[in-house]
Write a protein that binds this ligand. Sequence first.
Ligand SMILES: Cc1cc2nc3c(=O)[nH]c(=O)nc-3n(C[C@H](O)[C@H](O)[C@H](O)COP(=O)(O)O)c2cc1C
Length: 157
Amino acid sequence: MNIGIFVNSKTGNTLSVAEKLRDKLVSIGHNVALEKIVASNDGEMNIEKIVISNPPSTQGYDMLVFAAPVNGFRLAFVMQAFLRSLPSLEGKLLAGFVTEAFPFPWMGGNQSLKGMEKLVQAKGGTLSATGVVNWRSPDKRDVLITQTIEKIAAISR
Ligand SMILES: Cc1cc2nc3c(=O)[nH]c(=O)nc-3n(C[C@H](O)[C@H](O)[C@H](O)COP(=O)(O)O)c2cc1C
């Protein structure tokens, strides 16, 4: 399977999970590209004004994974802008995960995933696997990273 992982990460947490996910997917035989989603005006609060630098194409993949941090109890604005800019996601296998500092998914993670699902649905898709990684406690974090990676890998078979 050709899989694209599209990751927005300000301080590297989400990127580190995305890299582990890539390694897992490669180890089970997939071709995986990891694309970083960055904006030339990161920090812009108006989503419509966010400019994604060199937006990577989502074409040519059988499966797409979207990953971003929680910012202010919502999905990071740069990822929101990227998802809004995409062509139809109909017929694609899709997954998504978020990382957050706070210890429980209801402290922004669930809400961010809901936001991601809504944006994906607006493009005709649906998320078949999702995960929230709470960053604060290292032990819990490692368990959540493993669970998220396993859930996403499971739908790729
Ligand atoms: C502007 C800003 C807002 C944030 N808001 C939240 C929040 O609402 N809930 C939360 O749990 N963490 C919040 N965080 C923490 C990040 O979600 C968390 O550190 C995440 O793992 C960072 O991912 P990254 O390193 O990939 O950017 C916020 C961080 C920043 C910089």
